[in-house]
Design a protein around this ligand. Structure first.
Ligand code: ZN
Length: 169
């Protein structure tokens, strides 16, 4: 099943999304830039903050916490990109945009965070690619080693891949 968020974004950005979501690891930085994000900065941020998206002088900038693991930073970039695609009005209405803590809570309504997390998972772990790899490489048998290998291929944390697989099966 395709999530509602992905369907909505695909209606407008289908060709770009399809191009980026057809090979792994998904090139998130290039995808974000092509969709209109001006820059992604790996920044010094307070402990407990994972990422932020702001509008600065007309440009949308994503920041991720330099102290977090690279896999974690990738999911955060996807989460902020999802806010950019789905919740631009929310970003625009605050001078500080949206700032997410380590639980991807921002003080905005929870629904917004659920939507961003679902779209982020779709973007960084495309369903079709995962299912194809599960078929081709693992005979659809999911073990701990399968999860570890898939997480490495898609450059996400093992925990993120485990959650993703549980929603696909
Ligand atoms: Zn968020």
């Amino acid at each position: 099943m395709t999530t509602g968020e992905l369907k909505k974004v695909r209606a407008e950005q289908g060709a770009t999304l399809d191009r980026y979501m057809s090979s792994y690891p998904v090139k998130l930085g290039a995808l974000a830039r092509e969709l209109g994000v001006a820059g992604i900065k790996v920044s010094s941020m307070p402990t407990g903050v994972s990422g932020q998206i702001t509008k600065e002088g007309g440009d949308y900038i994503i920041r991720v916490n330099r102290n977090e693991a690279r896999e974690r930073q990738r999911f955060t970039i996807a989460h902020e990109l999802a806010h950019f695609l789905l919740h631009r009005d929310v970003i625009d209405s605050s001078p500080d945009g949206i700032t997410d803590n380590v639980l991807y809570r921002s003080g905005e309504p929870e629904q917004i965070e659920f939507e961003a997390n679902r779209l982020a998972a779709d973007l960084v772990m495309p369903k079709a690619l995962i299912e194809q790899k599960l078929d081709d490489d693992f005979g659809r048998v999911v073990t701990d080693a399968t999860i570890e290998s898939l997480a490495a291929s898609f450059q996400v944390s093992k925990a993120a891949m485990e959650i993703r697989l549980s929603t696909l099966s």
